[in-house]
Design a protein around this ligand. Structure first.
Ligand SMILES: [Zn+2]
Length: 694
């Protein structure tokens, strides 16, 4: 940096020392999980660094821990063609595959030549390549790319800079700094299991799909466009290969040691093996231990340790010949079926679930597994008393893979396919080609529970404090049998329920009463009419602005009105007609009207001169405000709102925790992705709250 010369050397030294200390403590905390200072002491050091930089901005350099989070979202990810290809590895699925690999290695080396393998857990995340530029004894993180197709990846430097366990600068020994210009390393970005649980709990609370596994969560986070959002994700990195650097050592294992000594994160679980038999036994150890690792592993990477021998073996067109990835079989265990339960969902669909003797599978105790539908129950012939093999698909939801018919005890009976709903006794139906059996009873307790839950969601009527266990009690005690009954609840009735204090009862009643003031489009959403999401509900409310108007029009009138709406196809129109024509639904609507629910929808002032005229937006993810309010602002400024990303959409406004599918769809359709502040800027409004750097 050219400014260096003008800086007071004493201040520079103090700054360097603070940067080093903050980084060292972060390493002990995030990598070694063994902090030597308290959080408060760490915070004090960090604050001192921030204060020093504020007083002397000339001290700030990109390697300072205060500079982790950039403040500009990007329009798109930039492609990067790397000088050396980032190979993926050939896979092995059995001991035979590994022995065949060992044979090939032997043939590639001189006859009788001694060599060693290194076996290390294969982390299940997203692969990256990291470059540090070296100047003097300091190495500065300058570039991070995804694997992509191996040759061409995408630059994700800004995002990876937010990972606190990764130093932005390294202090190298002077003799090393003199020898190399850059360090190139490869590794994996991962999310720990417990962190994923927290992310998913949050997503479900916000009505978003949970990530299926830590890998999806890591890969999705890595490619997000706004580093400020990435900074809030609990990403970690583990480096597993030194590609370019000081030729201090002749082996991979020694290089990993060196990587750790300069403060870079590695997982430190590698095992040196003298033979393929040792490798097999190490794999067995890893397989037994991996349930206890904080991260997901899907296999073991086996590499030739010595670099000289690696280069003799070289690569095929696709894979290096000196390494292979052994993949664990999806873990399966055998256990006994104790019963088959039937669950009923919001649409009335019946799902069979096997009750199992508790058994340990991939690190968790499993006592239930899905049987998906009754066609499968019949074709598997699963019976109570049977032994079944279960598997964790993507290590998340266990399912029954097969029945061990030869272990079937005597006197079992076939599992009956229900003809009646287990919750309400109504005869079940199978509509057309559908696999699922359904309970057609709209007053079925299970269906009512699910409908109440949907009705109270944030994007619908937004009734706080109406959780699953309260809904359960309300339905069971027959206080509530449809959504309109909520408005008849009294504090006195609620305090009769289990675990309900007077204060919380009053809260619940106040929340329910408050929801009467939601505009009609929110009520339309909350009713859960098939095919009608938030945006369609709003469009419908533009034509039919109140509950009174809807009741007056009736099914045919409403269908006609819906048919005139741009973008409403026949399926949507039919769904609306059928829903309103249903006597039960109509009765609920009448009850809601009698209780004064929902105020008429106020047509947004459609501005033809706003800054967003001619532009359309799809809003997704978690924003600083309710999504509905953001829609409001867009429309007030003349913009159009789309429910999903379509080819005509101009912008995808991506909030926090945005799903990768949405981003992919946007990219595919050439829709520009912006964040909330990008939108605020277009609206001519000040940016929303800044992300904390700590
Ligand atoms: Zn039922």
């Amino acid at each position: 940096m050219c400014a260096v010369a003008t800086v007071d050397p004493g201040l520079r030294a103090r700054h360097d020392a603070l940067v080093r200390d903050v980084q060292a403590h972060a390493y002990r905390y995030y990598v070694l999980d063994d902090p030597t200072v308290s959080d408060a002491e760490y915070d004090a050091l960090y604050r001192e660094l921030v204060a020093l930089e504020q007083a002397h901005p000339e001290l700030v350099h990109p390697g300072s821990p205060t500079q982790r989070v950039g403040d500009q979202p990007r329009g798109d990810l930039v492609k990067y063609e790397r000088p050396a290809r980032m190979f993926s590895l050939d896979n092995a699925y059995s001991a035979d595959d590994l022995r065949a690999f060992d044979e090939r290695v032997r043939r590639g080396l001189r006859e009788g030549e001694r060599f060693a393998y290194v076996a290390e857990p294969k982390l299940d995340g997203a692969s990256i390549e990291i470059v540090y530029e070296v100047a003097g004894s300091r190495a500065t993180l300058t570039m991070v790319s995804t694997r992509g197709d191996g040759k061409v990846g995408e630059l994700v430097t800004e995002n990876v800079r937010t990972i606190k366990s990764l130093p932005l600068v390294l202090e190298l020994a002077p003799e090393i700094g003199e020898k190399v210009d850059r360090l190139t390393l490869r590794g994996e970005v991962v999310i720990h299991r417990k962190d994923l649980d927290a992310i998913n709990a949050d997503r479900e609370k916000n009505g978003e799909e949970p990530f299926a596994n830590p890998r999806n969560a890591a890969a999705g986070s890595l490619r997000m466009l706004d580093p400020r959002v990435v900074a809030r994700r609990p990403l970690r990195v583990s480096l597993y290969q030194l590609v370019e650097g000081p030729k201090l050592h002749g082996t991979h294992a020694e290089s990993l040691e060196w990587i750790a000594t300069v403060g870079l994160p590695t997982h430190r679980r590698q095992v040196i093996c003298a033979s393929i038999d040792d490798v097999l036994s190490a794999i067995g150890d890893f397989d037994r231990a991996r349930g206890g690792y904080p991260f997901e592993t899907d296999g073991v990477v086996v590499k030739i340790d010595e670099y000289r021998q690696q280069s003799i073996l070289g690569e095929t067109a696709k894979f290096p010949r000196w390494a292979i990835a052994y993949k664990f079989a999806a873990e399966r265990v055998v256990t006994e079926v104790r019963g088959v339960q039937v669950q009923v969902g919001r649409t009335g669909a019946l799902t069979p679930v096997a009750d199992l003797s508790p058994v340990l599978l991939a690190g968790t105790t499993v006592s239930r597994a899905s049987l998906h539908n009754f066609d499968r129950v019949t074709s598997f012939d699963v019976r109570v008393g049977d032994f079944v093999e279960i598997e964790k698909a993507g290590e998340i939801i266990p399912q029954v893979i097969r029945v061990l018919h030869d272990r079937r005890p005597e006197c079992t009976t076939p599992t009956p396919v229900p003809t009646e709903c287990p919750e309400c006794g109504t005869q079940v139906v199978r509509a057309g080609e559908e696999v699922a059996l359904r309970c057609p009873n709209r007053r079925c307790p299970a269906v009512v529970r699910a409908a109440l839950h949907y009705y109270s969601r944030r994007f619908a009527m937004d009734i706080d404090h109406l959780g699953p266990s309260l809904i359960d009690q309300l339905v069971q005690s027959k206080l509530v049998s449809d959504v309109a009954d909520l408005y008849d609840l009294t504090v006195e009735q609620l305090v009769e329920l289990e675990r309900m204090a007077k204060k919380s009862a009053s809260n619940v009643v106040a929340q329910i009463t408050g929801s009467k003031q939601r505009p009609f489009d929110r009520l339309l959403t909350a009713l859960g009419i098939p095919q009608i999401g938030q945006v369609a509900a709003r469009q419908l409310a533009e034509e039919i602005p109140s509950l009174e108007a809807l009741l007056e029009l009736g099914a045919e009138g409403a269908a006609r009105a819906a048919g005139s709406i741009h973008g409403f196809g026949p399926a949507m129109v039919d769904a609306i007609r059928a829903w309103i024509a249903d006597d039960d639904n109509r009765a609920v609507l009448e009850k809601l009207r009698a209780r004064g629910v929902s105020v008429p929808y106020q047509r947004a002032r459609v501005s033809l001169e706003g800054p967003l005229v001619g532009k359309s937006f799809c809003v997704t993810g978690v924003l600083s405000r309710k999504r509905e309010e953001v829609h409001e602002d867009i429309r007030a400024a003349g913009g159009e709102v789309h429910d999903a990303v379509k080819s005509g959409t101009t912008y995808l406004v991506a909030g926090e925790k945005v799903g990768q599918t949405k981003l992919d769809a946007a990219r595919k359709k050439g829709v520009q992705v912006i964040d909330e502040n990008g939108l605020m800027a277009m609206l001519g409004k000040p940016p929303v709250g800044q992300t904390s750097l700590v």
